[in-house]
Design a protein around this ligand. Structure first.
Ligand code: F6R
Ligand code: ZN
Length: 186
């Protein structure tokens, strides 16, 4: 393990050097957006990358970091969003530091409390242990943020896949609004 300077491009989210990279496409999100007709119509036009994640992990370290770059777009009135997850380890927190773009971080505690934290350059969002977190690009440009957590934090996607989150972030009169999720299956 040697000290390393990692270059992060605040506009593209590029990370150099990096140790991992994946992309998520709209087609992987069937059932996540509540407007199924809008989802099918969007997918009939194209299958865009909605976000990508690049990481830097030093061998043997207990922490790692990387970027998530979320492209702008909507399915019906819902903005493009991440899957959302709890950490597999319930004692692991995380920080999201926004580099460019604008969005909302939607958080939900195990006992059902909802919070949002604005995502915009200069804001570091603290995600406490055992709060589910989903990021949402509410703007017209890519939303780029740096995340940092413990390598053993892990992802637990199951609860959100099964139930959804209690709140949705939708566009209302050109502005993002947090509304109750009528499809929440809790
Ligand atoms: C890691 C973390 C981020 C997200 C990424 C994609 O704990 O929170 O790296 O994994 O922003 O979001 P998901 O994984 O919810 O699709
Ligand atoms: Zn996380």
């Amino acid at each position: 393990m040697l000290p390393t300077g990692v270059k992060i491009d605040s506009i593209t989210g590029a990370v150099a050097p990096s140790t991992g990279h994946y992309k998520k496409r709209l087609s992987e999100f069937r059932g996540v957006y509540r407007d199924a007709a809008a989802f099918d119509a969007a997918l009939a036009r194209s299958d865009p990358v909605t976000y990508e994640v690049i990481e830097f992990k030093a061998d043997g370290s207990d922490i790692f970091f990387g970027t998530t770059t979320m492209y702008p777009g909507r399915v019906g009135d819902e903005y493009f969003m991440t899957r959302g997850h709890f950490h597999a380890r319930r004692d692991r927190a995380e920080v999201y530091y926004t580099q460019s773009g604008e969005g909302l971080l939607l958080l939900e505690s195990r006992d059902g409390e909802t919070k949002t934290v604005e995502m915009k350059p200069g804001i570091a969002a603290y995600i406490p242990p055992d709060w589910a977190h989903r990021s949402i690009n509410t703007g017209t440009e890519p939303l780029v943020f740096v995340w940092m957590t413990n390598i053993d934090a892990g992802h637990d996607y199951g609860a959100i896949v099964e139930k959804g989150m209690r709140s949705l972030v939708v566009e209302r009169d050109g502005e993002p609004a947090v509304v109750a999720n009528p499809g929440y299956a809790g």
